[in-house]
Design a protein around this ligand. Structure first.
Ligand SMILES: [Fe+2]
Ligand SMILES: [Fe+2]
Length: 561
């Protein structure tokens, strides 16, 4: 009977997996087709804006733009893979490019100076949203396109090249300065300064090209000097006005692009922030846990070159959902730790898991950046609430574990999709276990951290995360270093320090990171839990005195585990 049920479960599991992969392929195909259609529409709009006077010019432009678009797409996808993770990001990009072209066309139609370009605004926005290499590439392409619009619009009949080359170079230089300048926006006024630098580079480039074009006459002819001063002045105004625009609308731009600047992160990292204050008051234990996680995660992020500030702020807010029912989490329990004894495991599991959903709702209400909101569910990924899963199995008296059986005790995810979320997932577990270790040593920290990382890796939690094995190794080293510093008062540096009771306690604490038995990969690649746990490994039956209590305390609070 058990064998037939196992076979049926395996069959259902494999059918569900294949169904999911077919759905994913269909979604990818429809996304690709959608992007192709939108790109063609954008190209047609850009060609129409250029306003070629003859059909042959239109055909030439269309073929040229088509080839450039294909090569540009391939180059950008190699420079910054995954630049547009979803259709909304792609649509935003199309809107920005089209909007910039339309505004520039309007400026030309009004007969204003072509140096009054809005390109620095686009450059700063792309610099905020994208990897710099990709942003610079796109901005340079856009600079050449805008330089193409000017002669067509003014009705000039030019021999090849059709574009105004000096103008293209001036725009490109200003664009590059704008992209590079917004890398670290710690103050809202920063874009004004970047805009000023952009204006200065416009002035310098215009002066250089005028010098090359007219030579000594520039210093002798007052009309030429006036023309230079006018163009340079408009170039300067373009940069400063763009900077002022971005500064004024920075919060709206951050929200539109779904990016989070250092300025916003620094605001959120302020301990007096409303949410952190409430967390400290209602769930002091969780707040302390949060500080530990932040310390571990920050050092690890620095070690692998991830975004340190984003990681820190993600750590501060990852458990804010616990402010609604703090007493159900071990770090906030007082002397009475029997609250879960009165509940069925499935009910306890629901309460534990709900802190993720509550946290996301609260974060959305408080308008936290999307990146921080994403880190709330990702810090648990699709891991199992081990303690209550084991408790439920024990109560039902089931001996054999079947694949996929733990699904109803798993968090709903998603799994970490960026490095900072992956670091947070590991720091969350490591901090919680480290607190429970009796007389820790650096070697015990290393064993525990290594086991936590391997368990998450084997469970497929990092399948969608860009963390490499080399990164995980650096994270492991960093965690051990940080834990050794954090607990230096408690550490015994003698290696001949283990009597049996301490070893048992530490082993129980490190196994499966919540006192659960060491996981072994099952047939489907997921850890099966390694069968029936030995007595000292069972969270419900701690080994000895205080050491065992601590493991149980930790497992029960579980930080949602
Ligand atoms: Fe959590
Ligand atoms: Fe946590």
């Amino acid at each position: 009977m058990a064998k037939r049920r196992k076979k049926l479960d395996e069959l259902l599991h494999s059918r569900r997996a294949s169904h999911e992969s077919v759905l994913e392929e269909k979604t990818q195909l429809s996304n690709f087709l959608f992007r192709c259609c939108v790109s063609v529409v954008l190209l047609l709009c850009l060609i129409a804006l250029a306003g070629p006077s003859t059909w042959s010019a239109a055909l030439g432009l269309s073929l040229l733009f088509g080839a450039l678009a294909i090569l540009g797409t391939v180059s950008v996808s190699r420079l910054a893979p995954g630049l547009f993770p979803g259709p909304s990001q792609f649509n935003q990009f199309i809107l920005l490019v089209l909007g910039t072209a339309l505004v520039y066309k309007f400026i030309l139609t009004k007969g204003w100076s072509p140096y009054l370009t809005p390109l620095p605004i686009l450059s700063m926005m792309l610099g905020l949203a994208y990897a710099q290499a990709a942003a610079v590439f796109i901005v340079a392409a856009m600079a050449f396109y805008l330089a193409l619009l000017a002669p067509f619009s003014s009705g000039m009949v030019l021999a090849f090249p059709l574009i105004d080359f000096p103008m293209a170079v001036v725009f490109s230089l200003g664009g590059v300065v704008s992209v590079l300048g917004v890398e670290r926006v710690r103050k809202q006024s920063r874009p004004v300064l970047v805009g000023f630098y952009c204006g200065l580079i416009h002035v310098l480039a215009i002066f250089c090209f005028e010098l090359m074009r007219v030579g000594d006459a520039l210093f002798l002819d007052s009309a030429l000097r006036e023309e230079l001063a006018r163009d340079a002045g408009f170039g300067l105004v373009s940069g400063i006005a763009s900077g002022a625009f971005v500064t004024s609308f920075l919060p709206a731009i951050e929200s539109f692009l779904g990016v989070v600047t250092e300025r916003r992160l620094l605001d959120l990292a302020d301990p007096s922030h409303k949410l952190l204050r409430i967390l400290r008051e209602r769930a002091p234990g969780t707040f302390q846990h949060t500080l530990g996680v932040q310390q571990l995660a920050r050092e690890a992020a620095e070690a692998i070159g991830a975004d340190v500030l984003l990681t820190e702020v993600g750590a501060y807010y990852h458990d804010i959902g616990k402010i609604f029912k703090p007493e159900y989490f071990v770090e906030n329990m007082g002397e009475d730790r029997s609250i879960h004894d009165r509940l069925r495991p499935s009910m306890s599991k629901m309460i534990i898991i709900s802190h993720v959903k509550d946290g996301m709702l609260l974060a959305r209400e408080e308008k936290l950046p999307q990146r921080i909101i994403d880190m709330i569910p990702m810090h648990h990924g699709t891991t199992v609430v081990e303690f209550f899963y084991r408790k439920a199995r024990k109560q039902s008296g089931e001996e054999e574990e079947t694949p996929g059986e733990d699904v109803s005790y798993r968090y709903s995810g998603p799994r970490p999709r960026f490095a900072e979320a992956g670091i947070l997932m590991l720091a969350d577990v490591v901090e919680a276990i480290a607190k429970t270790m009796i007389e820790p040593t650096p070697n015990r920290f290393r064993d525990m951290v290594h086991e936590v990382i391997m368990k998450r890796l084997e469970d497929g939690q990092f399948d969608l995360c860009p963390l490499t094995i080399a990164d995980l190794r650096k994270i492991e080293d960093s965690f051990v270093r940080t834990l050794t510093n954090m607990y230096h008062n408690r550490i015994r540096y003698s290696e001949a320090d283990g009597d049996e009771s301490r070893d048992v306690a530490t082993t129980a604490a490190t196994r499966g990171d919540r006192g659960e038995p060491k996981a072994r990969p099952s047939k489907n690649g997921r850890p099966s839990g390694g069968g029936k746990p030995r007595k000292e490994e069972r969270p419900e039956e701690p080994p000895t005195g205080r050491a065992g209590d601590q493991v149980v305390e930790h497992v029960k609070g579980a930080h949602g585990q």
